[in-house]
Design a protein around this ligand. Structure first.
Ligand code: PEP
Ligand code: MG
Length: 310
């Protein structure tokens, strides 16, 4: 079975009734991106740029970031590439940034909230991204967006950074990982070029369970029908406004999760490279119609166990 999976990893994720889903990978650098393409990924749906800031003593400057993002465009050779801006705070801390300690870092100044208060970090990263975008397609994605006004502010900063370096127009999207955004997705969709649903944080914030809690983390189950209901509402709103919607949380890399998400209508699934071949195979083995029925039942279920039993 392993050999057969390996053999078929470059075949598209096309359901038996001809519906195709984009399959992408979550990576931290160009080396992982190359390995993901070799593993069958058709793009990068999430580059986590916070890894550029970890395990060092100073922040990477604009030139260093530019070289890294440019290298990403070279490895991707025109394939889709979504680069997420710095998602520091929460579980990921960076001592040299001298950020104030917080009682509840997951509910604190993390992701886009941090960038909006630390415009030094924001502009360094945006200028590097717009410079790199001259070498190949890039999409910019902001994490932890909660309010529509944040998008307006971020778009203004993007336009300014772009003008400073004479960069090309780049699609600007957001992670949907705060329940407020999923609930009001109809009001966010018209403001962005794309959505990517972060099921890890969306699950943590919906169920009020710390995703790293030693006793509770196992209950932070993205197959919880409450989470699936929020995903369904997000996809519905995205479709209604013609907004592209992907999923880059752990649920995308789970064969059952991937079938439910496909049934809900997502355009792309982005996952660890190691999950690409098995998710593609799972999607090729069934019809979209069957996955739509599965998704409807999953959303209507009462527990994650009931979803797994479907
Ligand atoms: C998520 O929250 O689902 C996600 C993809 O982002 P991260 O795991 O980096 O928080
Ligand atoms: Mg997240």
């Amino acid at each position: 079975a392993r050999a057969a999976l390996r053999e078929s990893r470059h075949q598209p994720a096309e359901t038996t009734d001809g519906h195709r889903v984009e399959i992408a990978a979550n990576v931290a650098n160009a080396k992982q991106a190359a390995a993901a393409i070799e593993a069958g990924a058709e793009g990068v749906g999430l580059m986590r740029t916070e890894f550029l800031f970890l395990e060092r003593d100073t922040a990477p400057d604009e030139d260093e970031q530019y070289r890294i993002y440019r290298e990403m465009t070279e490895v991707m050779a025109g394939r889709p590439l979504i680069i997420r801006t710095l998602d520091i705070g929460g579980d990921k801390q960076v001592p040299y940034l001298n950020l104030p300690a917080e009682e509840n870092p997951f509910l604190g100044v993390r992701g886009a909230r941090l960038l909006l208060t630390r415009q030094d970090l924001l502009y360094t990263q945006l200028r590097a991204l717009y410079r790199a975008a001259k070498h190949g397609p890039i999409k910019i994605m902001f994490p932890m967006v909660t309010h529509t006004v944040e998008i307006e502010a971020l778009r203004t900063h993007c336009a300014r950074a772009r003008a400073q370096v004479d960069g090309p127009v780049v699609p600007i999207g957001i992670m949907v990982e705060v329940p407020a955004v999923a609930v009001m997705a109809d009001r966010f969709a018209p403001l962005v070029d794309f959505f990517s649903i972060g099921t890890n944080d969306l699950t943590q914030y919906t169920l009020a369970i710390d995703r790293q809690h030693p006793d509770l983390a196992a209950q932070a189950d993205s197959l919880h029908p409450a989470v699936l209901t929020l995903i369904a509402s997000t996809v519905r709103a995205a479709k209604a406004s013609g907004t592209w919607v992907g999923v880059c949380g752990g649920l995308a890399g789970d064969p059952l999760g991937a079938r439910i998400l496909t049934g809900l209508g997502v355009d792309e699934l982005s996952m660890s490279a190691q999950d690409v071949a098995s998710v593609k195979a799972a999607l090729r083995s069934e019809s979209l119609a069957a996955m739509q029925t599965l998704a409807e039942r999953a959303v209507a279920a009462s527990t994650p166990e009931a979803v797994r039993a479907l």
